[in-house]
Design a binder for this molecule. Sequence first.
Ligand code: ADP
Ligand code: MG
Length: 704
Amino acid sequence: MGTCSENRKSVPELFGSSVFNDDVMQERLPKDVYKSLRKTIDEGKDLDLNVANAVANAMKDWAVEKGATHYTHWFQPLNGITAEKHDSFISPTSDGRVIMQFSGKELVRGEPDASSFPSGGLRATFEARGYTAWDPTSYAFVKGDSLYIPTAFCSYSGETLDKKTPLLRSMEDLSTQALRIVRLFGDQKTKRVITTVGPEQEYFLVDKKLYEERPDLRFCGRTLFGAKAPKGQELDDHYFGAIKPRVAAFMKELDEELWKLGILAKTKHNEVAPAQHELAPIFTTTNIATDHNQLTMETMKNVAARHGLVCLLNEKPFEGVNGSGKHNNWSVSTDTGKNLLDPGKEPAKNTQFLLFLAAIIKGVDEYQDLLRISVASAGNDHRLGANEAPPAIVSMFLGDELAAILDAIEKDEPYTGIEEKKLQTGVHVLPDLSMDTTDRNRTSPFAFTGNKFEFRMLGSAISISCPNIMLNTIAAEEIRQFADQLETSTDLEGDVRKIVRKVMKEHKRIIFNGDGYSEAWTEEAKRRGLLNLPTTVDALPRYLDQKNVELFTSHKIYTEAEMEARYETILEEYAKTLNIEALTMSQMVRQDILPAVSAYVASLAEAVASKRAVCAQLPCTAETALIQSLSTLMDSAFEKVESLDTLLSDGKVQSENTLAVATYYKDTIIPAMTALRAVVDEMEVNTAADFWPYPSYGDLMFRV
Ligand code: ADP
Ligand code: MG
C-alpha cells in the first residue's frame, strides 16, 4: 500500500517520481553528458563509454536515494512477459567494507543466462549465452529495491530473442519511409516520424480466497469448469456502472503506482461482464507504450494482491460472459507533433492524409494474415469470432465521410460532402452537440476513430509488441512503394489521386462499415475473398508465406531464421497452454470433483436408508432420482477423463513437428476437454453446494 506521505503528494509530484526521466537527467548529469545522451535517445547516435559511465553513476546515486540496492536489466523474451535478474550495487573495498557502484559497462550490456527462455530453436540450451543491451529511449525506473533498465535481448550470434528489438527496428523503418512522403509535401523540418499507441487494457478482479480454491485459476488463469450463474451480463448493469468501494480502492492505488512509474493512467471504468474492468492510458511512443503496458499488467497483479484480490488477465476467464481484450489505438505523427492520420477539417482536400490512409488500406488488405497472426494465442481463440470480440476476419471501418470521399475518388467524381448533423439534446440548458461525422463501430477489428486506428483484436494478456511490429512494417512497406512512385512525379496531387483510385479498386473489399458480429458478414467476407482464420493453428502457417518473409527480411525486421523461431515459439506455447489446461482438468476431476459427487451421492443414499428405517414405504423420489442421474453423470465424466488422459499420452504430442502437435491439440484435445466440461457442469448444477469443491461462477463474479 502507498505510504501516507506518498498519498499526500499531489499527482504532478507523484507522477514520474520513480523514473529517471528527462528532468532528473538534466538535473543530475553534467551538461555535455546530458547532451550526448539526448543525442543517443533522439537520434540513435552511439554512446561512448565515458558518457555511459557518467550516466550509470548518476542513475545509481539517484536510485540509491530512492532506496534501491540492486539493478536489473529488464527485458521482454518471446514468452510475452518480462524478465529480470537482479544484481546488487555492492563492490568490496580493500578494508572489508562495501561501496555502491555501477559502471557504464554494466548499464549498457548485460549477460543473463538465457538457456531457459523460448527461442524457437534459435539457440540450443547448451549455447546459453544471451545479451541484453540498454534501450535508452525508454527511461529507467525504480521499482521495489531495484533500478530497472529497459533492455533489448539477443543471442550470442546476434539473433533477436525478444519483442523489443524488432519493435524498435519497425519504428525506425516506418520513420524512414514516412519521412520520404512528408518531404514530398514540403516538410523539411521533421527529423523523425513516430508511431504512437494507447492500449486500453481489460481485466477481471476476483477475490483472492476464492481464487486460491480453484486449481484452474491458479494453474491456467481461467476457469475450465463452471456452471453458469443465474445472472451474467444480460442486464448490462455492470458496464460503466458505479464502482464498488473495494474495486475503487484498488483502482486508486493502481493509478498512483502507475503514475509513479510515469505511466499516463487516464481512464478507468467497469466493463461489460460482472467483475470486469478497464484501464486506458494516454497514448505515447509505441516503444514506451509497450514497456508501460507490460508494467501496467504487472502492477495490476501486484496491487490486486494487496487488496485481497487477484487480477485475471487471461482472455477468457469465464464461459458465458465476455472475455478480455486490449484495444491498440495506433497513429503516426511527426516529431514536431503533427498527426499524419488526422484528416483535418476537409479530409477531401488533405492529399497527404489520403495517401497515408490509402497505404494503410492496401497494407491491411494485403497482410490480413499477419494482423490475425499478431494476436494469435490459445486464450484469444476463445474470443475472436465468438460474438463478443471482433471476428477472426480482418476488415476496416472508415466511417461514412471517409468512405464517401474515397468512393468519389475511385469514381473520379467531385466530392460533394456529407450533411453536417447536429445532435439535438432537446433540453434548453444543454448545448446541442455537433456530431462526429461518423458514429462508432464497436464490432470492427480495425476501426478509424478520428485520427488513429483502433486495432481491437488483441487479447488482454498479450504483449502489444507484435501487433505493432506488424502495423509499422506493413505501413512502412506500402509507404515505401508510394514514395518510390511519387519521388519522380511531376504532378503530385494528380498522381496521389491515381494511387488512391488504384488502391480503392483493388483493396476496397477490406472496408466494411457494418456489423462485424453478424452471420451475414461471415458470408459476405467469404464472397469478398477475405481470410477467415478462426484459430491460432489456422493462422500460423501463413506466417512463413513467401510474401511475409519478403516483407520482414527486406525491411530488416527479422531474418528468415528469426521468423521461423517465432513461428515455432507461438505454436509451442499454444500446445503447452492446452496441455496444462487439459492436465488441470484431469486432476480436478479425479482428485476433487468425482470424490465430491461420490460423497454427495453416498449422503443421499444414507438419507434414503435412514428415512426408510423410520418408514420402509417412503418413496424418497428426489434422492433416488438424484442418485441415479448423478451416478450416470459420474460414469460419463469418468469415461471422458479416461479418454482425455489417453489422448494426452498419445505419441502425437511428442512429435518434432510443432504444427502437427498444435493441430492435434486443436482437433483432438480441445473437443475432449469440451465434452468433459459439459458433463462436469451438469453435475455441478445437481450437486449440493456444500459438497461442490469449488467456488461457483456466482461466487467468483459477484463477491468482490
Ligand atoms: P475512444 O476509444 O473513446 O476514442 P479516446 O479518444 O480517449 O477514447 O482514446 C482511446 C485511446 O486512444 C487512449 O488510450 C488514447 O490515449 C488513445 N489515443 C488517442 N489519440 C491517439 C494517437 N494519436 N495515437 C495513439 N493513441 C491515441
Ligand atoms: Mg476505445
